[in-house]
Design a protein around this ligand. Structure first.
Ligand code: 4NP
Length: 150
């Protein structure tokens, strides 16, 4: 079983979409996908209604998810940790205990745009178009991740 963790700030907008999209492309018997946030603001909450809506539009239900905060134990549980942006990357790397932990952490858009170090923009304070853009970026990256892992 390969375990993949998607990480953003609040775990209500971007990483729940990444979790749901990757889950829709893999065999759950061999790959486990989860998500978490670096911040604690939204612990226990459902994904943002705009993320729920854009996922639904593309046939993915993410209403089974509840926000949680990343913990250092996640380095032991997960094989790969995908972060959405540079800030998430720094926050997670600060918690890494050693090189093994550090090597698990990757910017997700480096899968679709290798070595460019692009960020998935935080759509929280914008409108629905931002969520549509985020969906498209994550869908492209998750297709590549699913092919790689399967
Ligand atoms: P996310 O978006 O990191 O993609 O879940 C955000 C959600 C909430 C906040 C910031 C970003 N917030 O500041 O509450």
């Amino acid at each position: 079983m390969i375990k993949v963790l998607m990480v953003c700030l609040g775990n209500i907008c971007r990483s729940p979409l990444a979790e749901g999209i990757l889950q829709s492309k893999i065999n759950p018997d061999t790959i486990f996908v989860d998500s978490a946030g670096t911040g604690a603001y939204h612990i226990g909450n459902l994904p943002d209604e705009r993320s729920i809506a854009v996922a639904k539009k593309y046939g993915i239900d993410i209403t089974n998810q509840k926000a949680r905060k990343f913990t250092v134990q996640d380095f032991d549980t997960f094989d790969v940790i995908y972060v959405m942006d540079e800030s998430n990357l720094q926050n997670i790397l600060m918690l890494a205990r050693n090189n093994v932990d550090e090597k698990k952490v990757h910017l997700i858009l480096n899968e679709s745009h290798p070595t460019k170090n692009l960020s998935v923009p935080d759509p929280y304070y914008g409108g629905n178009q931002g969520f549509e853009n985020v969906y498209k970026m994550l869908d492209e990256a998750c297709t590549i991740i699913a092919n790689k892992l399967s």
